[in-house]
Design a protein around this ligand. Structure first.
Ligand SMILES: Nc1nc2c(ncn2[C@@H]2O[C@H](COP(=O)(O)OP(=O)(O)OP(=O)(O)O)[C@@H](O)[C@H]2O)c(=O)[nH]1
Ligand SMILES: [Mg+2]
Length: 250
C-alpha cells in the first residue's frame, strides 16, 4: 500500500432510515471540525496526501472512520490509539467531524472521528464514501447504543463503499459493574452481519491498537495480495490476538 515517501527535514506536518440514536443530542459541544477538508474519491488510492512523523513523510495508506452513537467513546478510542492516553473528565461531544493522522509501522492512517449526534449526520455522510474501513462502536453499558447497531449498518450500506472493511467494537469493556450488553450478544450480532467483532476499552487500552492493526492488515493484504493467494482471515486474526475484559492483560 503506501510507502514512506522521503525525509524532508522537519515536516509539518440525512438521518439514517432507521435512525441510530442521538441520545445526547443536546449535549455539550466544543471540539470538532465541521468544515474539515472534503473527501475526494473512493477506494482507489488517488494522489495521497502526506503526513509527517519526526521529519519523515509518509503517504496516507488508508482512511478509517469511527462511527456509532454519541457517547460510545469514539473520540476516546482515537485519542487512546493516537496518544496512548485516556480522555478522562467531562464528555465533550464531537461537532461534525474531526481527524487525526497516525503512522503505524511503515504506513500512515488517517482516522476520521465522526459526531454521533444525529444533527451532524448530513456532514458525516459525505465522508463514508472515502473511508476504507469503518470501526462501528457501541457502548457495553448502553443498551440503546447496541440496539442502534442495525441502523448504523443500514446507514453504512447506504453511504459507504461496497467493499469497505467494517469492524464492530463493544467499547467500555472496563466498566464491568455497569455492563448491560454481554460479549456474547456482540459476537452474535457481528456473526449475523458477517463482520469481525471485539470488545475494547479506551480507558484501559484493551484491544485498541489491535482494532486498528487488524483493519490495516486486511487493507494491506487486499492491496498487496497475489491473485492466487488466500484471503486474509480478519476474524481469525482477531480471535487469535484478542484479549478479554477482566483479564490481567490490557
Ligand atoms: N469507562 C469508560 N469510559 C469511556 C470509555 N471510552 C469513553 N468513555 C467515556 O465516555 C464518554 C464519551 O466519550 P467520547 O469518546 O467523547 O464519545 P463519542 O463517541 O466521541 O461521542 P460523540 O462525539 O458525541 O459522538 C466520556 O465521558 C468518556 O470519558 C471507555 O473505554 N471506558
Ligand atoms: Mg466524539
Amino acid at each position: 500500500m503506501s510507502r514512506k515517501k522521503a525525509v524532508k527535514g522537519k515536516g509539518s506536518a440525512k438521518s439514517p432510515k432507521a435512525s441510530p440514536s442521538s441520545g445526547r443530542d443536546s449535549g455539550r459541544t466544543g471540539k470538532g471540525l465541521a468544515a474539515a477538508a472534503a473527501p475526494s474519491s473512493g477506494l482507489v488510492y488517488p494522489s495521497r496526501p502526506s503526513i509527517s512523523n519526526s521529519g519523515e513523510f509518509y503517504d496516507i495508506a488508508f482512511k478509517v472512520m469511527l462511527v456509532g452513537d454519541s457517547g460510545v467513546g469514539k473520540t476516546c478510542l482515537l485519542v487512546r490509539f493516537k496518544d496512548g492516553a485516556f480522555l478522562a473528565g467531562s464528555f465533550i461531544s464531537t461537532v461534525g467531524i474531526d481527524f487525526r493522522n497516525k503512522v503505524m509501522s511503515i504506513d500512515a492512517v488517517k482516522i476520521w472521528d465522526t459526531a454521533g449526534q444525529e444533527r451532524f449526520r448530513s456532514v458525516t455522510h459525505a465522508y463514508y464514501r472515502d473511508a476504507h474501513a469503518l470501526l462501528l462502536l457501541y457502548d457495553v453499558t448502553n443498551k440503546a447504543s447496541f440496539d442502534n447497531i442495525r441502523a448504523w449498518l443500514t446507514e453504512i450500506h447506504e453511504y459507504a463503499q461496497q467493499d469497505v472493511v467494517v469492524m464492530l467494537l463493544g467499547n467500555k469493556a472496563d466498566s464491568t459493574h455497569d455492563r448491560v450488553v454481554k460479549r456474547e450478544e456482540g459476537e452474535k450480532l457481528a456473526k449475523e452481519f458477517g463482520v469481525p467483532f471485539m470488545e475494547t476499552s479506551a480507558k484501559s487500552g484493551l484491544n485498541v491498537e489491535l482494532a486498528f492493526t487488524a483493519v490495516a492488515k486486511e487493507l494491506k493484504h487486499r492491496t498487496m495480495k497475489e491473485p492466487d493467494e488466500p484471503k486474509f482471515q480478519l476474524q481469525e486474526y482477531v480471535n487469535k490476538e484478542v484479549r478479554t475484559a477482566g483479564c490481567c492483560r490490557s
